[in-house]
Design a protein around this ligand. Structure first.
Ligand SMILES: C[S@@+](CC[C@H](N)C(=O)[O-])C[C@H]1O[C@@H](n2cnc3c(N)ncnc32)[C@H](O)[C@@H]1O
Length: 416
């Protein structure tokens, strides 16, 4: 598919198909929500003629989700992640982002204003965690508070303004702190600050709301001063980039179908895809070789051919469990209301595996492995302010091993 009309029609067919089954309360959302490097696997051909419109439509595909919802959606995500056994992982990531950012800020020796950019500030949890960590730094906290200015970038005005109440009521901070907060109601790509003017970028669970990440990260890199740091908490897994994995891992858990019925569900799903996509190639392969095997079993085996580390596999299982929990929340809501209520967040997302995110950052001019970032960590370790293992910080340990799902990484702007 390369024509916009074909892609939009595919989106409609996909949603209609996947929501027509009993037990499914999740919408997939537009296919343009998956990371742009994987659009080809979903059958989308990127051409010079369609590229700008696809980039525009991919941003639109995320808009309704956050623009039309409020803090109750964050709460629901919190409940679903606890029920999925992940703990309140967003809160944990925010605390770590705040702690690292505050340490960096405290170490900057300059008497100029320190400028912090919070990307996808939401209801303010990432900035609040940073403020909390700043006030726990002995001696320096007062000057730090006076010197630091926060710029909160958030498309949803309704969400972000509630931070002012939190500063007063939860942190019991003087209102002059609120005076040092500036709001920009826009997406990351449209940030309005001078180039080379930001000391620290902070962000949690926001960067993945964007399928064309390199463009946004390049804009973020431009805003950073030489030597500035980007402290980024985010969700990472391999599931959404592949239409086969997406369906085969998630839907058997949502549908009350078995045996042949499950097989026909998957055949129907695979037939939605255009020629050249991974599912259509897989379907051809199946028809030629394995008609006597269960279609679902064959697809499951096919997914295993894609190389995953153990930490990625655990992350994939956990993200599926998370969505099963979201589905359950909406199932309960539907039963209470006596009508089907489908989820306000869509499943397809631009979650990149950790190695891929590091690459996307690197091509955008922000490096996670630079000597400068490593030196910073050594310094933080030596001074005892920060004692984790190093960059990247994976947040979830399971009895099976550590998971890639939620991680905080620090990246520095590449020296020109
Ligand atoms: C899961 S919330 C996280 C909010 C906050 N950082 C936290 O940890 O609680 C993601 C936020 O990113 C915002 N967002 C979505 N797309 C964005 C974009 N392109 N640029 C900036 N923010 C975006 C959403 O509106 C939402 O408030």
């Amino acid at each position: 598919m390369e024509k916009i009309k074909e892609i939009l029609e595919f989106d409609e067919r996909l949603t209609e198909y996947l929501t027509s089954f009993k037990g499914v309360y999740l919408n997939p959302g537009s296919v343009l929500r998956v990371p742009s490097y994987a659009w080809g696997d979903w059958g989308i051909e990127l051409t010079d003629d369609n590229i700008e419109e696809l980039y525009y439509l991919s941003q639109k595909a995320y808009e309704k989700e956050w623009g039309e919802t409020d803090a109750s959606l964050n709460k629901l995500v919190g409940v679903a992640s606890v029920n999925a056994g992940l703990g309140d992982v967003n809160a944990d990531m925010n605390n770590l982002v705040g702690k690292i950012a505050a340490s960096f800020l405290a170490d900057i020796s300059s008497d100029k204003e320190l400028r912090v950019l919070d990307i996808g500030a939401g209801t303010g949890a990432t900035t609040l965690a940073t403020l909390r960590a700043m006030i726990s730094i002995p001696e320096k906290w007062k000057t730090l508070l006076d010197r630091t200015k926060f710029i909160l970038v958030e498309p949803s005005e309704k969400r972000v303004l509630s931070i002012l109440d939190s500063i007063e009521n939860d942190l019991h901070m003087p209102m002059r702190v609120a005076d040092s907060i500036e709001f920009q109601f826009c997406k990351d790509i449209d940030i309005d600050v001078d180039p080379n003017s930001i000391n620290i970028v902070i962000s949690n669970a926001a960067i993945h709301h964007n399928a064309v990440l390199d463009r946004s990260l390049r804009r973020i890199a431009e805003t950073m001063k030489e030597g500035a740091m980007f402290v980024n908490g985010d969700w990472h897994n391999d599931v959404w980039h592949d239409p086969i994995e997406f369906a085969v891992k998630l839907y058997p858990k949502l549908l009350s179908l078995e045996g042949n019925d499950l097989d026909s569900f998957f055949k129907g799903y695979f037939e939605l895809f255009a020629e050249g996509s991974r599912p259509s190639m897989f379907l051809d392969m199946y028809m030629q070789t394995s008609l006597n095997k269960s279609f679902y079993e064959f697809a499951l085996k096919f997914c295993e051919l894609y190389p995953h580390t153990k930490a990625q596999k655990i992350a994939d299982d956990q993200i599926i469990q998370f969505w099963v929990s979201v589905n359950n929340e909406f199932k309960k809501e539907s039963e209470n209301r006596g009508e089907k209520v489908t989820a306000t967040i869509d499943t397809l997302e631009s979650h990149e595996p950790i190695p891929q995110r590091k690459r996307t950052m690197a091509v955008s001019g922000i490096e996670t492995d630079s000597i400068k970032v490593q030196e910073m960590f050594q310094h933080l370790k030596r001074t005892g302010k920060y004692v984790e293992k190093g960059n990247v910080h994976r947040m979830i340990e399971t009895p099976q091993g550590i998971s890639d799902l939620a991680a905080v990484m620090v990246a520095g702007k590449r020296n020109r």
